[in-house]
Design a protein around this ligand. Structure first.
Ligand code: RUB
Length: 409
């Protein structure tokens, strides 16, 4: 049988799923790359009598480039399920057993591109960034939101009160946090109804706002729960994509009965995105969320907020907004340790097509939630108008208080 190494051959993005891995190993890189290509396609740790040339040539993965610790492996499109949009099987190929190979100290999936025949199996966002903007009547300015804090503990009435105050302070978005779904202290039905009333009240006062209700639950119940919260008045649904699975986002997005956007939280991603030498980078996950129909997705704070991250997160932004795939764009959400003083920095990196949200950076304002929301809105207004925040704060006292309290970085 031939080798899995095809170094120097052109990368063929029309016929292959092309993956970029970063590999740490004591083996010669060619051997390590071959081990990955073999394990993830037609081989295993030893030669096998059942593998013939026809199978090897048509389905074997091909290592087409090795540069330093980075390797490019392409997988024939035929290695992937003909079942429409089957992410579990895709992940088993591109991000499966390879992580456990004992001969490798570390492997990280950094990027992936899919050929058209696979992209066409997916539908992408039903609303996307533009749909969310349209629903909010906010065509251009960055969206500005909050995560209701504390993340657990408020009852339905106080959650709705928080949302109302946030909206009356100018926020366009709010959301449940990742650990709140349907607990005794805040049943999802009561919360959804109370929040819907708060949003209706805001709308009757001339302000449009969305709140994402977290429906993250077991696979056989999640679409039903999404349908229920929609009936109870939810204007946006939230899904924790890593804990629920990509199929959960896809099932909700593709269900014709669901007529509201999906906000995708990525809790637990740090378990495999954080180590620069092992795991899966956020970029491939962002691409999969877009394919599966997420309308808004957390992408980190471009190296600025509380969760670790780096300017490499720029590529997540591009994966949300780029025009290289046949889907609507996804609203990138910068979240995690955000407060008014860093909004300018984030927007300078992200551009205006972004949702910036703060939990502690709103609820921690000494003037309360409404004042905190005003400070965040003012920070966005300042950068949108091209006015330095310190200047803007001179006649916007909520922003001035926030800058004084938390500073700029
Ligand atoms: C926000 C918060 C969110 C993070 C998750 O609260 O904790 O769950 O955005 O991070 P706060 P990421 O504004 O008080 O920090 O989006 O990076 O997954």
């Amino acid at each position: 049988m031939d080798s899995y190494l095809h170094l120097g051959e052109p990368v063929d993005q029309d016929k292959y799923v092309v993956c970029k891995y970063r590999v740490t190993t004591d083996l010669p890189m060619e051997k390590a790359a071959e081990a990955i290509a073999a394990e993830q396609s037609t081989g295993t740790w030893t030669g096998i009598s059942t593998l013939n040339t026809e199978i090897f040539n048509s389905l074997g993965a091909r290592v087409v480039d090795i540069s330093g610790d980075q390797i490019i492996v392409e997988f024939p499109a035929e290695d992937f399920s003909i079942e429409v949009g089957a992410v579990p099987q895709i992940l088993s190929v591109i991000a499966g057993n390879l992580f456990g190979l004992g001969a490798l100290k570390g492997v990280r999936l950094e990027d992936v591109t899919f050929p058209k025949e696979i992209l066409d199996q997916f539908k992408g966002p039903k609303f996307g960034a533009d749909g969310i903007r349209k629903a909010l009547d906010r065509p251009e300015k960055p969206l500005v939101g909050t995560i209701v804090k504390p993340k657990i503990g408020l009852d339905a009435k106080n959650t709705a009160k928080y949302v109302y105050e946030a909206g009356s302070g100018g926020l366009t978005n709010s959301k449940d946090d990742e650990t709140l779904v349907d607990q005794k202290f805040c049943p999802i039905e009561d919360r959804t109804i109370a929040v819907a009333e708060a949003l209706d009240r805001l709308e009757s006062e001339g302000h449009k706002m969305m709140h994402a209700i977290n429906v993250s639950t077991r696979g056989d119940k999640i679409v039903e729960l999404a349908e229920k919260v929609q009936e109870w008045g939810a204007r946006e649904i939230m899904v924790d994509v890593i804990t629920c699975g990509f199929g959960a986002v896809q099932a909700i997005a593709e269900d014709p009965s669901i007529k509201v956007p999906i906000h995708v939280h990525r809790t637990m991603h740090g378990a495999f995105t954080k180590d620069p030498l092992h795991g899966v980078a956020m970029l491939p996950l962002t691409k999969l969320v877009r394919m599966c129909g997420g309308d808004a997705l957390h992408i980190g704070t471009l190296g600025v907020g509380k969760m670790s991250g780096s300017t490499k997160e720029d590529s997540n932004l591009t994966a949300c907004l780029g025009s290289d795939v046949p889907y609507r764009t996804v609203m990138p959400v910068c979240s995690g340790g955000v407060y008014p003083g860093i909004v300018e920095d984030i927007v300078k990196k992200s551009g205006f097509n972004v949702q910036i949200q703060a939990g502690g950076g709103v609820a921690g304002h000494p003037g309360g939630v409404r004042a905190g929301a005003m400070a965040m809105s003012q920070a966005v207004d300042a950068v949108y108008a091209g006015i330095p925040k310190e200047e803007y704060a001179k006649d916007h006292k909520e922003l001035a208080t926030a800058l004084e309290m938390w500073g700029s970085k």
